[in-house]
Unconditional design. Structure first.
Length: 269
């Protein structure tokens, strides 16, 4: 038989168990309180450190704009880019908003893209990509035009060996050549390049006023050539053969050549 435990012994055992549980709970509470204190101390330190860093950033003379560098500007005066950017020496670096600077600089018609970077501690770099003109266009006023159809104003005392193109339409914004006109002009230029890579450079004027015909003049000549641009490659090849014949004759160059007919070419002196 199991030995019966006396009432006094049971009481003492229960008291020991209760005392151990209390001590364990107290120890756990102290540990939790210690962890909480450490976390609070770290948070306070982080807040204080962040506040000190923020004050330093906003008051330190080391983070004041001291130079504004413009890269990629060839046709555009770098001073014009700085004026549009509205960034001034003496400003705080954190006050410079790259998106806002990009938007204002893009206001120049010659600018295709802009990248703005803040180079710590004291430099702002504005990198621009300029548009490349492929022709001069006459749309009531003469402009440069790039491959995207963007119109760019001429510079003072402009000299250009690019062809002067007329008969193109402008889109609703008034800042670009319409897509249909650009597609037609670029298609004709591509056909001309396939025939002779130098022929476009020899063209001084192109006229797309007629719906199905292109008229052009060549450099140092008053001769007007008219072709059907839907058959540009074929008719340009025919034009080349006619020029070879005329070069070897005593007739001289005609005033006008019309190649818009299927199997005929008319020359007028």
């Amino acid at each position: 038989m199991r030995k019966r435990t006396g009432a006094n012994k049971l009481k003492k055992r229960n008291e020991r168990r209760s005392s151990g549980a209390i001590k364990k709970n107290v120890r756990n509470c102290l540990l939790s309180a210690g962890k909480l204190f450490i976390i609070l101390a770290l948070c306070c330190g982080a807040v204080f450190g962040a506040r000190s860093l923020w004050l330093w950033i906003n008051t330190s003379p080391a983070l004041i704009v001291r130079s504004i560098e413009v890269r990629g500007a060839v046709r555009i005066n770098p001073d014009e880019i700085r004026r549009l950017a509205q960034v001034k020496e003496g400003e705080r670096m954190l006050e410079i908003k790259p998106a806002a600077v990009k938007k204002t600089v893009m206001g120049n018609c010659w600018v295709k893209s802009v990248h703005v970077s803040r180079r710590l501690p004291a430099k702002v770099i504005i990198s621009v990509e300029e548009r490349t003109p492929i022709a001069l266009v006459n749309v009531g006023k003469i402009y440069y035009v790039d491959e995207e159809g963007a119109l760019m104003p001429l510079f003072t005392a402009t000299y250009s060996d690019l062809p002067l193109v007329s008969g193109l339409s402008v889109d609703s914004t008034g800042k670009k050549i319409s897509q249909s006109s650009m597609k037609r002009m670029q298609s004709f230029i591509a056909q001309a390049d396939r025939f002779d890579t130098s022929i476009v450079k020899k063209m001084s004027q192109m006229d797309f006023s007629e719906e199905s015909a292109v008229r052009f003049k060549t450099v140092n000549s008053q001769m007007i050539v008219e072709i059907d641009d839907s058959k540009g490659a074929i008719q340009l090849a025919r034009f080349g053969k006619i020029i070879n014949v005329l070069d070897n004759s005593n007739e001289g160059m005609p005033r006008r050549i019309n190649l818009c007919y299927s199997n005929l070419g008319f020359a007028q002196w």
